[in-house]
Ligand binder design. Structure first.
Ligand SMILES: Nc1ncnc2c1ncn2[C@@H]1O[C@H](COP(=O)(O)OP(=O)(O)OP(=O)(O)O)[C@@H](O)[C@H]1O
Ligand SMILES: O=C(O)C1=C[C@@H](O)[C@@H](O)[C@H](O)C1
Ligand SMILES: [Mg+2]
Length: 171
């Protein structure tokens, strides 16, 4: 079985997936890390050298291969993965999908501290960031809300969030 975590940048996919995979003894795959490993470049380097369109192709290829896996895997997706091609359909057909919800405020708090490794927001000022997140999240929510399960992450500890996921999936 594959469990996919989806949601906006900073919602906690990487962080929560680590704790969840340890708890239920599943292998952890972070799609961004997997794309970096395969291409021997960081995510910002791929955006810079190859462009976003090429990044989305590499992301789709890696996604397809991982979802075909027979193993027990927690898959932490990229923030934009559900939005391109028919990725969300593929994710729902081949995994249990969980949307980690977070408010614009929460996302702003978490992202303003670490913009550099996220090329889509690296050059946006802290002043403009909340408005950017609000608009971008609104567009993406159409895709994220197709997930089979949804968990709120505002003002909650990672352990509490993981507990809710485990209960929702009867693991
Ligand atoms: N429930 C939480 N409470 C407090 N801080 C959190 C929580 N979840 C995540 N964080 C922190 O928020 C930051 C962003 O989390 P993380 O890197 O896991 O996001 P992400 O969804 O993987 O983002 P991206 O899509 O850009 O890879 C990290 O510093 C992480 O430690
Ligand atoms: O939200 C997005 O489109 C992205 C999120 C990150 O996980 C990376 O996949 C990349 O920075 C793009
Ligand atoms: Mg991540």
């Amino acid at each position: 079985m594959v469990i996919s975590l989806i949601g906006y940048m900073g919602c906690g996919k990487s962080h929560i997936s680590k704790i969840l995979s340890d708890k239920i003894n599943f292998r952890l795959i972070d799609l961004d890390k997997e794309i970096s490993r395969r291409n021997k470049l960081t995510i910002p380097e791929i955006f810079e050298k190859k462009g976003e369109i090429q990044f989305r192709k590499l992301e789709r290829e890696a996604l397809e291969e991982i979802l075909a896996s027979e193993e027990n895997v927690v898959l932490s997706l990229g923030g934009g993965t559900p939005v391109y091609y028919n990725n969300m359909e593929l994710i729902n057909l081949n995994s249990k999908s969980i949307f980690l919800r977070a408010s614009v405020n929460t996302l702003f708090e978490r992202l303003s501290k670490q913009k550099e490794k996220r090329p889509l927001i690296a050059n946006i000022s802290d002043e403009d960031l909340p408005e950017f997140i609000a608009k971008h999240l609104f567009e993406r929510n159409v895709f994220y809300s197709k997930a089979q399960f949804s968990v709120n992450t505002d003002s909650r500890t990672p352990e509490d969030i993981v507990q809710e996921i485990v209960e929702k999936l009867y693991l």
